[in-house]
Structure formats: structure tokens, C-alpha cells
Design a protein around this ligand. Structure first.
Ligand code: PGA
Length: 250
């Protein structure tokens, strides 16, 4: 059986001391559920080092919010996957805020995924359609295209490093979550594609739902078929709701 995964994406939030306190609370939440739930957090880059120290040898997994598409060199402001691999066990790739505000393309997500895997990181590949794409009836084709492109360089032996987060763009940060049906329908489409691409090994890939997930709706999404966990933005910035979501996954 798949172990559920709950990940908090702090985005560009938290001051240093807040981040430390939140990290310690998340570490506690992770310890309290033991092996039954995997828990991760993605703090802003400057907090990765102090957060790693604050959580010590807790099972809480540390992740980056992004990594560079190139291996090294003249890329001002970017952070290479190999630099992150000393601190983190995983990185997000292709979050809709990167695609929207930084014009990231499918090809960028492919390169980032490739770099991350090469550096030994696990990858959470984020995919999801905009409201316009959904109303045009293109939601499935957009998500399938993003997955196919993002995973193009992933071979069978790297499948265990991959997680997919289905995050409809219209649900992110809006307070309007998808329905359980929307989430499980798309997760089923994604699962079918993974099955075709990776045959038997697709089973190790977890599919998360993200987009206004919170402590009130977590249990519903976690019960949805083919949904193996949650990628949480704003509700991960407070220890109490995030801990409740971790416990909802047990
Ligand atoms: P949200 O963000 O939970 O605040 O909607 C989710 C995400 O961007 O991963």
C-alpha cells in the first residue's frame, strides 16, 4: 500500500524565527505519525540550512521550491540541483507560479526534472490547467501534455524518485478547492498515462492533490481514488491546520 505524502509549500512566506518554529512543529507532526505518513516542507531557499538544523534527525523531509534547469554556470539568481542535494531530499518542479510568473515552459520542467534526478533529488512535478483551459474542455490534454513533457527524460530506474502534484491553477490560493470528483478524475487520467509510460513500476509514483487544500477538506481528498496525498500552500503556514492534515492522512 502507498504511504500518503503531505507536503507544505511555504512559498515566499515566513521570517526566520517563524520558519524555525513552524519547522519544529512540522517535525513533531511527522514524528507523531511515524512511518504511516510521509511529511515534507519546502521553505524559502535562505531557510533551508537553519531549518535542516532545527529539525535534526526528524523524519520530516526537506524540499526546495524549485531548482535550476542548467547544471551550473552563469545563471544569476538560480540554484543548482546539485547544491540543493546537500540539504534537501526533494524539489518541486513546474509549480504554476513558476510557469506563470517566470514563463517556465514544459521544456524547462523537463530539464529541471533531469537535473534534479541527476543530483539525487526526488521530484514533485506540478501540473494543472487554468480556468480558461478547463472551460474550453482542455483540462485533460493540458495536464497530460505537462506530464509527458516533464517526464520525458525520466527512465524506468528513476521512477521511484517521481511524485506528481495535480494542482488546478484556478484552485491555488483562491480558497476554491476542486471537488473530490475533479481531483480523482484527473488523478485517474494521470495514473493511466503513468501506467502506459512506466508499466509495472508506475505504482511507486504518488499523485497528490493541491489547490486550497486545508484541514477541513483534507480527509475528503485523501479518500478520493488515486489521490495519495496533498500539496498544501497557505494552510501549511500554520502548525495547527497542517498537523491536522498530516493526522487526516493516517
Ligand atoms: P494553496 O497553494 O494551498 O494556498 O492553494 C497550493 C500550492 O500552490 O501548492
Amino acid at each position: 500500500m502507498t504511504v500518503p505524502l503531505i507536503v507544505g509549500n511555504w512559498k515566499m512566506n515566513t521570517f526566520r524565527e517563524e520558519a524555525m518554529a513552524l519547522a519544529r512543529a512540522c517535525a513533531q507532526a511527522s514524528e507523531s505519525v511515524g512511518q504511516s505518513v510521509n511529511v515534507g516542507v519546502c521553505p524559502p531557499f535562505p531557510w533551508l540550512v537553519p531549518v535542516k538544523e532545527a529539525i535534526g534527525d526528524s523524519p520530516l523531509q526537506l524540499g526546495a521550491q524549485d531548482c535550476a534547469a542548467a547544471e551550473k554556470g552563469a545563471f544569476t539568481g538560480d540554484v543548482a540541483a546539485s547544491m540543493l542535494a546537500n540539504l534537501c531530499s526533494f524539489t518541486l518542479v513546474g509549480h504554476s507560479e513558476r510557469r506563470t510568473h517566470h514563463s517556465e515552459t514544459d521544456e524547462d520542467t523537463r530539464q529541471k526534472t533531469e537535473q534534479a534526478i541527476k543530483a539525487g533529488l526526488n521530484v514533485i512535478l506540478c501540473v494543472g490547467e487554468t480556468e480558461q483551459e478547463r472551460s474550453r474542455g482542455d483540462a485533460e490534454s493540458v495536464v497530460r501534455r505537462q506530464i509527458s513533457a516533464g517526464l520525458r527524460s525520466v527512465g524506468d530506474h528513476d521512477v521511484t524518485r517521481i511524485t506528481i502534484a495535480y494542482e488546478p491553477v484556478w484552485a491555488i490560493g483562491t480558497g476554491i478547492a476542486a471537488t473530490e470528483g475533479d481531483a480523482s478524475n484527473m488523478a485517474t487520467v494521470i495514473r493511466r498515462d503513468l501506467e502506459v509510460r512506466f508499466a509495472a513500476s508506475h505504482g511507486s509514483i504518488r499523485i497528490l492533490y493541491g489547490g486550497s487544500a486545508n484541514d477541513k477538506n483534507a480527509a475528503t481528498f485523501l479518500a478520493a481514488s488515486n489521490v495519495d496525498g496533498l500539496l498544501v500552500g497557505s494552510a501549511s503556514l500554520l502548525a495547527e491546520p497542517f498537523t491536522a492534515m498530516v493526522h487526516a492522512a493516517t
